[in-house]
Design a binder for this molecule. Structure first.
Ligand SMILES: Cc1ncc(COP(=O)(O)O)c(C=O)c1O
Length: 456
């Protein structure tokens, strides 16, 4: 740790104040000339002076002054499961969303290897032209069955699925109503569409109803988007109520199941199974292959006309290469294991319940989490969350802090991704470590607390 320098600390505190007053999200909404600086007449081509870059440097400066290691881009030496090796050091891992512990499962690995042997590592073309392979069809048929849907389409990226599908289905004459906690990929898709966007407070059905009542009649198409299990908070929406609303206001309902596939419902088929909803009442089921299915990519499941439409019009399907064969085969194999080895889901949910109960008993704030696969521990300030993450690493736990501007400054947190492979000892151990460290961090060195206490 470098020597503490009060002048440097004060300058950094002033910079933090400035950035918190005018965060980069706001900066990106300013006109281009305001954003790039009046001095250069809006012609600044220097990446180093971009306000967004200042935020990154500022976070590093704060960390440096507080004696913290950079929590980003930690290098994992091999297969990261409930434990992982970081630079040769074995730690307990709560940062990977391999909910059912399927990464490295022999059936999944064998399927990926067999697909490479048969098709190679790439399909070397868009599916529409020369890229279609049987592994894609097998995957899509399996995904459609999971959602009881007529058909499904897979994309090479989960993020690009939301961007491309929402950005393509809606336009400037349309309305998109989302929960404020919705994933960035939905927000980017909505921006791309040019549609009127209304963000409703998290979980607030009355706000969604109001948004539809006051605005629906002025727009052509309307889309409501929610997550089946929210990635930041680990809670669920009330699907039955949302279905009533979408019917009343003739809207489409889209549910992003990135974190709920393999996690919710008696057999892991997601929120429809969990809440006993007819899946055909949801217009657009979206999911990712990157979480429970230990691959990469995204998908949409729904009515055949929707899937056909996307196959011919969705830019990141039409103009992008098809999913690599080992990736598609791994995801299909993972779906099979998920259904065959039902003990995994039971163990995951047990782990989630245990974690939530033990954390709450120790006075930790898990926010709205239902105690399934995602459980935040809300610390309340970004510096404290980063320090806690480092202290936990020193004690042998790998946890990633979610900090401002990803979440509101007073909502900074550590996010726990539970897996079926975690043991009760690992869960008890990390909760004990947090409960032991947190009070000391909160009453810790004044520099960090000045940063943490800045009022926005
Ligand atoms: C809710 C949600 N949707 C979409 C995505 C994007 O998926 P992917 O990481 O597979 O691109 C994520 C990623 O974390 C997510 O949490």
């Amino acid at each position: 740790m470098t020597a503490y320098n009060p002048a440097e600390a004060q300058a950094t505190i002033d910079r933090v104040r400035r950035v918190l007053k005018n965060p980069p999200v706001a900066a990106t909404r300013q006109s281009e000339s305001a954003r790039t600086g009046a001095k250069s007449g809006g012609r600044d081509v220097n990446f180093a002076t971009l306000p967004e870059y200042e935020v990154i440097n500022l976070a590093k400066a704060v960390g440096h002054l507080a004696g913290l290691e950079d929590p980003y881009f930690r290098l994992h030496d091999g297969l990261a499961r409930e434990t992982t090796s970081l630079n040769g050091r074995q730690v307990v891992n709560f940062s990977s969303y391999d909910y059912l512990g399927l990464n490295g499962h022999p059936d999944v690995v064998a399927a990926a290897k067999a697909a490479i042997d048969q098709y190679g590592t790439s399909v070397s073309a868009s599916r529409l032209t020369a890229g279609e392979r049987q592994v894609h069809r097998d995957l899509e048929a399996a995904l459609a069955r999971i959602h009881d849907a007529e058909a499904a389409i897979s994309f090479v990226s989960g993020h690009a699925t939301n961007v491309s599908v929402i950005g393509g289905l809606l336009g400037p004459e349309d309305l998109i109503v989302t929960d404020v906690s919705i994933h960035n990929s939905v927000t980017e898709g909505a921006k791309l569409s040019g549609a009127k966007r209304i963000l409703c407070p998290h979980g607030d059905l009355e706000a969604i109803e109001r948004a539809l009542r006051l605005n629906r009649s002025r727009y052509r198409r309307t889309l409501i988007v929610v997550e089946g299990l929210y990635g930041m908070d680990g809670d669920v929406p009330d699907l039955a109520q949302l279905i009533k609303l979408k019917r009343r206001y003739s809207a489409w309902l889209m549910v992003d199941e990135a974190h709920s596939l393999g996690v919710l419902g008696a057999t892991g088929r997601g929120i429809a199974e969990e809440q006993d909803i007819d899946p055909s009442d949801v217009d657009i089921w979206m999911g990712t292959l990157s979480k429970t299915l230990v691959a990469a990519g995204g998908y949409i499941a729904g009515a055949r006309p929707l899937i056909e439409l996307l196959k011919f019009t969705s830019p990141s399907f039409v103009y992008s290469v098809g999913t690599p064969p080992p990736v598609a085969a791994a995801a299909t194999a993972a779906l099979g294991v998920m259904q065959r080895e039902s003990w995994r889901l039971k163990k995951l949910r047990q782990n989630g319940r245990n974690f939530a109960a033990l954390a709450t008993a120790r006075g930790l704030d898990i926010g709205l989490s239902i105690g399934a696969s995602i459980i935040p521990v809300i610390v309340g300030s970004s510096p404290h969350a980063v320090i806690l993450s480092q202290r936990l690493l020193e004690r042998g736990y790998n946890l990633f802090p979610a900090i401002f501007p990803g979440v509101a400054e007073n909502q900074a947190r550590l996010r726990f991704f539970m897996t079926s492979r975690h043991s009760i000892e690992q869960i008890e151990g990390v909760i004990d470590a947090i409960a032991t460290e947190l009070p000391g961090i909160r009453s810790g060195p004044s520099f960090v607390n000045t940063i943490a206490g800045i009022d926005v």
